[in-house]
Write a protein that binds this ligand. Structure first.
Ligand code: GLU
Length: 293
């Protein structure tokens, strides 16, 4: 196993946009600068949200932007047995319980109403919730430094939905553990997920990776770039310009990088110059790469 294994894990809900490029680029450069491996995983766990062909489109876009990944990409739909197995492990160890509460029956953090329920005495359908520990989740973010999140702010969270789909939180941990991922580098819109994933690594007795969260790219009105907010798809014809913008969004110094370089050359140059110490410069950046208050 390489000393460093990173990954990019897009959901095939639509084409990649600048926000996804920033997260993918951060994970790629951090891995390559460390001489590590970089894996691609397609997170197709939620069919109603997916767009047919988006996985293919994502891979072609990554290719046009000069990215090369190690090994064959992994599709989460091929991993359902592994998620079932992990759920059994959690269940046998008493980390999870069945929950029959409707999402609309509470606001904010789940109040733990079903904590006392047992699987044997609860007829389906039910969601499966993970019991969070006492105290606080503490971790050292690669870009943001020490983080502390009280478990009372997180609450018991769903690992398998009532409609029997596995939750993102469980799948991501099972897959990162199986692939030997040592560094999870992604956008800070997922910072809230990190305590949940740390709890799962711990409960499944797997070593937790290092987490690093880079800036999210926002529209002028402050809304995160996403398919829902109408973010523009990356245009392969201007891949070099998009890479330079994404590097600015990561706080990197691009003054010596010529826009005439091919995407692959740009990535090579950016890897040599990669400065993880500059990534935490902003929580939110505009589509031009400037920090947003
Ligand atoms: N599939 C998730 C997304 O596209 C990312 C998961 C992760 O990086 O942990 O937002």
């Amino acid at each position: 196993m390489a000393a460093y294994t990173g990954r990019f894990a897009p959901s095939p809900t639509g084409p990649l946009h600048l926000g996804s490029l920033v997260a993918g680029l951060a994970s790629f450069l951090d891995a390559r600068a460390a001489g590590g491996r970089w894996l691609l995983r397609i997170e197709d766990l939620d069919p109603p949200r997916e767009q047919p062909g988006a996985d293919d489109l994502i891979m072609r876009t990554l290719d046009a932007h000069g990215f090369e990944w190690d090994d064959a990409p992994l599709w989460q739909h091929s991993r359902l047995d592994a998620y079932s197995q992990a759920l059994l492990t959690l269940r046998d160890a008493g980390h999870v319980y069945p929950c029959v509460c409707a999402r609309k029956s509470f606001t904010g953090v789940y109040p733990g109403r079903c904590r006392g329920r047992t699987f044997a005495e609860t007829p389906g359908p039910y969601a499966v919730r993970m019991r969070v520990p006492e105290g606080a989740a503490v971790f050292d973010d690669r870009f943001l430094g020490p983080q502390r999140m009280p478990w009372t702010d997180v609450g018991d969270f769903i690992v398998r939905r009532k409609d029997t789909l596995f939750a993102y939180q469980l799948a991501v941990v099972v897959d990162d553990a199986a692939a030997g991922v040592t560094h999870v580098i992604r956008g800070n819109d997922l910072l809230d997920s990190t305590p949940r994933q740390l709890a799962l690594f711990d409960a499944l007795r797997e070593p937790a990776p290092t987490f690093g969260h880079c800036a999210t790219v926002v529209h002028a009105d402050g809304a995160k770039l996403s398919k829902q907010t109408g973010a523009a798809a990356l245009d392969n014809r201007v891949a070099g310009a998009s890479l330079l913008t994404a590097l600015r969004c990561l706080g990197q110094d691009v003054r010596e990088l010529s826009p005439d370089l091919s995407p692959r050359q740009l990535l090579t140059e950016a890897t040599v110059r990669w400065d993880p110490g500059r990534v935490g410069f902003a929580r939110h950046v505009s589509a031009g790469g400037a920090p947003v208050r």
